[in-house]
Design a protein around this ligand. Sequence first.
Ligand code: SF4
Length: 475
Amino acid sequence: MGKNLYHKVFDRHSVGRLSSGQYQLFIGLHLIHEVTSPQAFSLLKQRGLKVRFPERTFATVDHIIPTETRERQRPLRDSLAEEMLVAIEENTKANGISFFGEESGNQGVVHIIGPELGLTQPGQTIACGDSHTSTHGAFGSLAFGIGTSQVADILATQTMSMSKLKVRRINVTGKLRPGLYAKDVILAIINKLGVNGGVGYAYEYSGPVIEAFSMEERMTLCNMSIEGGARIGYVNPDETTFAYLKGRKHSPKGADWDKALAYWKSIASDPDAGYDDVVELDGSALEPFVTWGITPGQSLTVTQSIPAAETFPADEQPLIREAMEYMSLEAGQPIAGIPIDVVFIGSCTNGRLSDFQEVARLVKGRKVSPRVKALVVPGSREVQRQAEALGLKEIFVEAGFQWREPGCSMCLAMNPDKLEGRQMCASTSNRNFKGRQGSSSGRTLLMSPAMAAAAAIEGKVADSRVVFGYAKETV
Ligand code: SF4
């Protein structure tokens, strides 16, 4: 029997077996940001250790950075944010680490700049002190979100300890209908398997729908693997992957490219590879998904109504009731029509150029509802540059959206972009936990950029296929 990508890459990077039975895994690429790295550098200092491989470590600032130009002036108005920014500037300088800060022209959300700079490559082991590091699995890498103490471990040793995962292959068959996106596919997978369904697993995404996805769509998909409980998610590298990487700043060049290509092709799962589990999802049957609750698994299609708690297994009912109460929703209420106060289009899930191209195409010539505050936040300076060169900024501004500077913005709201009070937000990000967007009572509905655009125009949850006039027979 052949091997799957997970085992090939894991075995190649395993440099030791610990007495606990865990493996010591060499980490090829370590991405750091301002929130989870200061404490790790302090730990290193306390122990008199140096960064083992500064050339394999890359830093950016994303979570705390304001997205309004006037608020980006130094020092930042928020003294804690300024402290974190100063810490990463000083720590990277002192340790010879590349820092993609404001002056670099490449600042952005860590999971957006890694791929766009060509740092993220197939067959790598990648770690970052952020849950959504799974994004990088889109390239056929094993990409782990880690905690602060592990950030310190990797800074000091370039390795981390871990047990082997099981591998579940998720095969998405058929062809997505118009108005359906990678976001709908991952929300459907989480809905089907549950937010804990992936615990102990790596998810390998495969099938015609995934193969037809662009790299940006694959990143959206892998980004939310963690929301389904999986430790990592990945897609086998193919011609789409190689074409994306060719010519990027940190991609291999010349003879190194040929060598890398041979390696990248060799680590894809063998046709006769074995899996611990295989799940099928019919992509042709999908409809736009929206979350209604306080976990990314509490979701339904835009044509459905809030389910009654009694329709869930007894052990899930308390959480369903808690979600309904927090969200102020009632069983039987259609999800379409729920009033929206704020729309956030951005984040490491859906803050890439293709997301903005699609939304701009849809909203061109339309107006954001007067009841809605709508933010479009590029995931990186490069995304912003490209979008502006294509004239997308003008389309958004004309439609009534705010066009912001790159950063995490309202995804986690560790910056001035926050919900207020009970505001209901249609968000293209990845988490709808209680208080996630900066208000302890704020409410988040996760959806695709097209669905968020429809919510912005209508001022309520609406079927983007109807709002934007996709072929009627597809609705
Ligand atoms: S956009 Fe959101 S999920 Fe992604 S890195 Fe920033 S805060 Fe984390």
